[in-house]
Design a binder for this molecule. Sequence first.
Ligand code: G3P
Length: 218
Amino acid sequence: MIFINFKTYQEASGLKALSLVSIIEDVAISSQIKIIPVVQIIDLKEIVSVTKLEVWVQKIDSVSYGANTGSVLAEEIVNAGARGTFLNHSENKISDFNLLKTVVDKAKKVNLKTLVFCSSLEELEKNKTLNPDFLSYEPPELIGGDISVAASQPDIIAKAAVISKEAGIPLIIGAGIASQEDVRKSLEMGAVGVAVASHVIKSQNPRGALMNLTEGFN
Ligand code: G3P
């Protein structure tokens, strides 16, 4: 499976987000690989209305209905049609473990699936106890760069896969993923899928770039 993280890229915002989702849906259908767009909250409702894909958001907060200015309310994310949420991405870190646990528990309470990012094996060991639906190993220094985690850290991916497997939680690999070889290597080391942003979203040919990644699953 592939998670496409829309972040706040201009190429993945507003009307462009809608076009990108349509491309992702085409590729998901023709490749038969599960691809999940992880979209901006402001675009969520409209995207859900035009796609059959499972759509996720990039974060929620732990709050419930009430006086919580500026927070992302999980109940309304579900009502708007999201099926899951990223948590603890290195660009939106929840450094207090107890708070992270509260947010994961909140997501579970409203039936949102969760993917919890981890920047290191130590963090993976800690966060597996939260029992999210997916764990992701993503070294922040390689995000958006030219050197992929798959090419440069296969041994760490293998160790991450052992930790995740022991916990019975599927592992997703991200940071600099840019080729079918990266996907293949990640799977070979024990991951079930990848999280990708810049290689697809910033591409002149997002369809071709994504299609190429799906071939890593064959
Ligand atoms: O969530 C995945 C993302 O952080 C990876 O970004 O640009 O390295 O594919 P990128």
